[in-house]
Design a binder for this molecule. Structure first.
Ligand SMILES: Nc1ncnc2c1ncn2[C@@H]1O[C@H](COP(=O)(O)OP(=O)(O)OP(=O)(O)O)[C@@H](O)[C@H]1O
Length: 575
């Protein structure tokens, strides 16, 4: 994502705005000149109707052009913010999971929500302001030089010193602004972290502690914010001192020269007016420089976020992709797959297994064995460090992502629901599903009765993160969603964990039915789910230990026997 390209897209509106601003500035600059002419005409007893009409016309043109300038620039700024947010949102959604998971969500929000508007509005407005200010300053200086160059040199001397100081201040403003944006981002991250775990915070009576930590983060943002204001607020007075000094010198020396007759009163009046006209754009120029400095800090943060690597960029380049899926290929095949998160110790080592196109495969193993990681690799949330994974016979690094993810349905361990109605949640992966298909999925997931009790039925709104549903209902809704997708492979990550025995038994039937049509891989801890599997893969410490049926593994595999015995004991105790 390149902000420069985005700005370029809106150049017509920006250039129109700048052109209007420049025309307005020219109309402003003409006014003192015409006023001088008017004074001269009055003193020489010449007709004054024409100069007065021109001054009025310039005045009106100035007002209209300034309004047009502000509107065009403001509109261009909003358009640029819109494009930046749209592109940034898309890039975040298509980012690679390993890169995304390194980000702090609060900081992502700060960058996407507020930095984008600061970056774009400030850059568009301040840049346009800078162009017109430079024009006004240069025009005023030129016209002042024509009126009296000696007075101009005095003015430049006084204002020049003030301007140099203002430039130094602008640099400080930028530094402080960058820190301030970072601190605001850190506060956002902190807030997001505690609000995301609000129930845990309350249950641990940690409100006071967390409030203190949030206050500390907010205080850091406050301190850098004050630094920005402090440096920024010195800008105006510094320029005012320069103006007052030059005004005092110009008026006293100018009046003395008017008295001796070496300068006309009309020229002195015009000169003093230009002096005022010079100072305000000069101040605006420095303000816009400081705003651009602040905006640059925001641009830097937006650009950094926009540079997040994209998933699609990972597909092996130049490899022809065989369309269609070989009819007899296994649903999923791991060939000596090795994987580690970042630079940590390997989580999967030399993992090889095959699952046929139909039937239920259970994956079991102690906590941390790498089961969920294997699923994440099938979805290509991460790429294996070594080995190959094939889905429906095709190497998944060669498959376009959309195709791969339409082949694979994934029900996560703690399946989140989205905002919207039950229907929207159900058809999320297959928006074109019709009512018959929805009814079938609801029946299979044993949600029919539950939906029937809701006043709005399928169109009942769900709260954020599925509020209003129990863990088990959420899980079943996620299963129904996956069934509606009609994938070739269904991955179920401990979906029975939240369910009571009755619902679990019902869901087992749903899984068996789904397994008649496609391959179902289920990470399971409940023996009842495991026993019905056509084959069981036992994982331990990132390796496949054994593969077989329940009976075979009970006989042959020690780890499986231990897991099964523990589970029997647990399930018996629960009865
Ligand atoms: N995003 C991650 N970054 C770094 N390490 C991770 C990440 N996710 C998992 N791990 C590590 O990888 C190892 C395997 O985790 P994984 O979740 O795949 O195991 P699992 O067999 O599914 O465990 P469980 O049954 O408890 O869910 C663990 O040691 C875990 O700490």
């Amino acid at each position: 994502m390149n902000l420069r390209d985005i700005v370029r897209r809106h150049r017509t509106l920006l250039i129109t705005g700048i052109a209007l601003g420049l025309a307005g500035a020219a109309a402003t600059l003409a006014q003192p000149w015409m006023l001088g002419r008017l004074i001269k005409a009055v003193s020489r007893d010449e007709p004054i109707a024409w100069p007065i009409t021109l001054i009025a016309l310039f005045f009106l043109a100035d007002a209209a052009l300034s309004a047009g300038h502000a509107y065009a620039i403001g509109r261009a700024g909003e358009n640029i913010v819109y494009d930046t947010r749209r592109i940034l949102g898309g890039r975040l959604l298509r980012s690679r999971i390993p890169d995304f998971s390194r980000l702090q969500l609060g900081d992502v929000f700060a960058r996407t929500v507020s930095d984008t508007s600061i970056a774009c509005l400030v850059i568009a407005q301040a840049l346009a302001q800078m162009v017109t200010s430079v024009f006004m300053v240069a025009g005023s200086l030129l016209l002042m030089a024509r009126l009296d160059w000696k007075l101009l040199l005095t003015t430049v001397g006084c204002l020049g010193a003030a301007s140099a100081g203002a430039l130094l201040l602008a640099r400080q403003v930028r530094r402080a602004a960058l820190q301030n944006r970072e601190n605001v981002g850190a506060f956002g991250s902190g807030l997001q972290r505690v609000l995301g775990a609000l129930t845990t915070v309350k249950a641990s009576r940690a409100e006071e502690r967390e409030t203190g930590e949030l206050a500390a983060l907010a205080d850091r943002a406050r301190r850098t914010g004050i630094r920005v204001t402090a440096f920024g607020s010195l800008l105006n007075p510094m320029m005012n001192v320069g103006t007052q000094l030059s005004l005092a010198v110009v008026i006293s020396w100018g009046m003395a020269r008017v008295a001796t007759g070496s300068l006309s009163a009309a020229d002195l009046t015009s000169f003093v007016m230009y002096l005022f006209y010079l100072v305000s754009p000069l101040v605006l120029l420095f303000i816009s420089i400081s705003q651009i400095q602040q905006g640059r800090a925001a641009v830097q943060r937006v650009t950094e976020l926009g540079a997040i690597p994209q998933e699609e960029e990972e597909t092996a380049p130049g490899e022809p992709h065989a369309s269609g899926t070989p009819a007899d290929a296994p649903a999923v095949r791991f060939e000596k797959v090795g994987f580690a998160y970042q630079d940590d110790a390997p989580v999967l080592r030399d993992v090889s297994f095959t699952t046929p196109r139909r039937g239920l495969t259970a994956i079991v193993g102690p906590s941390g064995a790498g089961k969920t990681t294997a699923f994440q690799l099938i979805e290509r949330f991460h790429l294996p460090d070594s080995g190959t994974i094939r889905v429906a016979g095709q190497d998944l690094t060669r498959l376009p992502l959309a195709e791969l993810r339409s082949l694979v349905g994934y029900v996560e361990q703690d399946a989140p629901l989205l905002r919207g109605t039950i229907r929207e949640n159900l058809t999320y992966a297959n928006p074109s599903a019709d009512d018959t298909e929805i009814a079938r999925a609801l029946r299979l997931a044993h949600l029919e009765d539950f939906v029937a009790t809701l006043p709005g039925g399928l169109d009942t709104e769900l709260g954020e993160r599925g509020a209003g549903l129990s863990g088990g209902q959420r899980q079943r809704l996620a299963i129904a969603r996956t069934l509606l997708q009609r994938p070739a492979v269904i991955l179920l990550d401990e979906v029975t964990a939240h369910l009571d025995s009755d619902t679990e038994a019902a869901l087992r039937d749903a899984i068996t039915e789904a397994a008649r049509e496609c391959a179902v891989l289920a990470i399971a801890h409940r023996l009842s789910t495991i026993v019905q599997a056509d084959r069981i893969i036992v994982m331990e410490e990132g390796r496949v230990r054994a593969v077989g049926t329940h009976r075979q593994l009970l006989q042959d595999d020690e780890v499986y026997r231990r897991l099964a015995l523990q589970q029997f004991a647990g399930e018996e105790a629960a009865v």
